[in-house]
Design a protein around this ligand. Structure first.
Ligand code: PMP
Length: 276
C-alpha cells in the first residue's frame, strides 16, 4: 500500500490532510478508481479523461495532465510493488479557510494504491441479489463527485437487506446502481439507461457496450422500468471493481433461472479478454 498527497508519496496511514481541505469539509472534488491487472492499469486513459471531464464540470482546474497522472500512477505502482491493485485518485479545490465560494487556492491531489479487492469467482458464478430503491441523488450524476452520501445510504440499505447492491429508480425508471451501472436482458437484447446526466458514464459500461457490439449482441440505451427488470431474462451490473456481474434476484423476485444467463456470461468472458 502507498499514498500520495500534493507531490509526495507517503505511507498510507500518514496524517496529511489539513483541517481546511475542501475535499474533507465540502466534498468539493472529483475522483476515479482504476483497477490494475498484473501490473497494467486497465482503461487508465479512459478513467483519467473522465476525471478531467468531471473536474471541468465543477470548474476545477486539474493540477496535472492525463499524461502526468499516468506517469505518477506508474511510479506509485512501482514504488508500492503492486501487480494487482486498485488506484484511487482524488482532486479537490484545495486548502483554504472554510467559505463556500471558490477559494484562491491550488487544487489538491491525493492518491491511494492498494492491493486489488476482487470478487471471488464463486460470486461471479452465482450472481448477486439487489434491492430496488428510490434514486435520491442530485441531477448531475455524470460527474464523479466526492459527494456520495445518497450512494452510501443506498448501499447501506442494500447491505441491511442482505443485498450486494441497490438499484436506483428515478421517475419510474431504473437509472443505475449505487456504485455500478445496471442492465436488463430481454429476448437477447441488452437494455441500459442512456448515458445522460442521470447516470455515471461507466468506463466498464462503455467497454461492455463495445464488446456487445463486436459479439453481435444488440444493445438499446433506453431506460427501463422496475417491472421490466423483474421480468427480464437476465440482468447484470458493471463497474471497475465488479466487472460484469449477474443479478440473479431483485428483492423477492428471482431473475430468469436464478443463475447467470448466457448473455451475461458471454459479455463477462469477452470483457475479460480486453484485460489481457
Ligand atoms: N455508477 C456509479 C454511481 C458509480 O459510482 C460507478 C463506479 N464508480 C459506476 C456506475 C461504474 O463506473 P465504472 O465502470 O467506471 O467503474
Amino acid at each position: 500500500t502507498l499514498a500520495f498527497f500534493n507531490g509526495e508519496f507517503l505511507p498510507i496511514d500518514s496524517l496529511v490532510i489539513p483541517i481546511d481541505e475542501r475535499g474533507h469539509q465540502f466534498g468539493d472534488g472529483v475522483y476515479e478508481v482504476i483497477k490494475v491487472y498484473d501490473g497494467k492499469p486497465f482503461l487508465m486513459r479512459e478513467h483519467l479523461v473522465r476525471l478531467e471531464n468531471s473536474a471541468k464540470a465543477i470548474r476545477l482546474e486539474m493540477p496535472y495532465t492525463v499524461e502526468q497522472l499516468e506517469e505518477l500512477i506508474g511510479e506509485g505502482l512501482t514504488r508500492a510493488d503492486l501487480r494487482d491493485a486498485q488506484v484511487y485518485v482524488q482532486i479537490t479545490r484545495g486548502i483554504a479557510v472554510r467559505l463556500h465560494a471558490f477559494p484562491d487556492a491550488s487544487p489538491s491531489i491525493s492518491m491511494t494504491l492498494r492491493p486489488a479487492k476482487s470478487l471471488s469467482e464463486e460470486t461471479f458464478n452465482t450472481g448477486v441479489k439487489v434491492t430496488l430503491l428510490e434514486d435520491e441523488r442530485w441531477l448531475n450524476c455524470y460527474i464523479k463527485s466526492l459527494n456520495l452520501l445518497a450512494n452510501i445510504l443506498a448501499k447501506q440499505t442494500a447491505s441491511d437487506r442482505g443485498c450486494f447492491e441497490a438499484v436506483l429508480v428515478r421517475d419510474g425508471y431504473v437509472t443505475e446502481g449505487s456504485s455500478t451501472n445496471a442492465y436488463a436482458v430481454k429476448d437477447g437484447v441488452v437494455y441500459t439507461h442512456p448515458a445522460n446526466k442521470r447516470i455515471l458514464h461507466g468506463i466498464t459500461r462503455a467497454a461492455v457496450l463495445q464488446v456487445a457490439a463486436e459479439a453481435g449482441i444488440e444493445v438499446r440505451e433506453e431506460a427501463f422500468t422496475p417491472e421490466f427488470l423483474l421480468s427480464a431474462d437476465e440482468a447484470f451490473i458493471t463497474s471497475t471493481t465488479s466487472e460484469v456481474l449477474a443479478i440473479t434476484q431483485v428483492d423477492d423476485t428471482v431473475i430468469g433461472t436464478g443463475r447467470p444467463g448466457p448473455v451475461v456470461n458471454q459479455l463477462h468472458a469477452k470483457f475479460r479478454e480486453l484485460i489481457v
